[in-house]
Design a binder for this molecule. Structure first.
Ligand SMILES: [Zn+2]
Length: 124
C-alpha cells in the first residue's frame, strides 16, 4: 500500500522533470536563454535548500541539545532545550531549561522539602 503510493510519486516526479526539460529546450530554442539560466539558478537553490536546512538543523541541535542527569534518579539522557520529556529510567516528567533538567511538578502540587527534625530524647 505504502510502496505503491511511493512508486506513483516517483513516476510523476520523472514526468515533471521530463516536462521541465521540454520547457527548457523550447525556451532556449526561441532565444530565452537568460530565463533558462535563472531557472537553473532557482533549481540550484532548491537543491541546496535541504543541505542548508540540514546544516542549520545540526547547528540548532548543537545549541539546543542538552545532556544532563535526571534530578530524581541520576540517569543521564538527552533533551531539547525548552521542551518537556520523561526520564527513560524513572519516567519522571522533566523540563529542560537553561541547559539543565528540572523536575516538572504538576500544577497544584506543593513540593515539600523534608525538614531536619532533631529528636529530643526525654531523659528521666
Ligand atoms: Zn529519572
Amino acid at each position: 500500500m505504502n510502496q505503491n503510493s511511493f512508486r506513483s510519486i516517483q513516476i510523476s516526479g520523472f514526468g515533471f522533470w521530463l516536462t521541465l526539460l521540454a520547457i527548457v529546450w523550447l525556451l532556449s530554442s526561441i532565444g530565452l536563454g537568460w530565463l533558462v539560466k535563472s531557472v537553473f539558478v532557482l533549481i540550484g537553490i532548491i537543491l541546496l535548500m535541504p543541505v542548508v536546512a540540514f546544516l542549520g538543523f545540526r547547528w540548532w541541535l548543537k545549541r539546543n541539545l542538552v545532556i544532563d542527569r535526571c534530578p530524581v534518579c541520576g540517569y543521564e539522557s538527552a533533551g531539547i532545550n525548552n521542551t518537556q520529556l520523561r526520564c527513560p529510567s524513572c519516567s519522571e516528567p522533566l523540563k529542560v531549561e537553561h541547559k539543565h533538567f528540572h523536575r516538572l511538578t504538576p500544577p497544584g502540587t506543593v513540593d515539600v522539602d523534608a525538614i531536619d527534625v532533631t529528636v529530643k530524647q526525654i531523659e528521666d
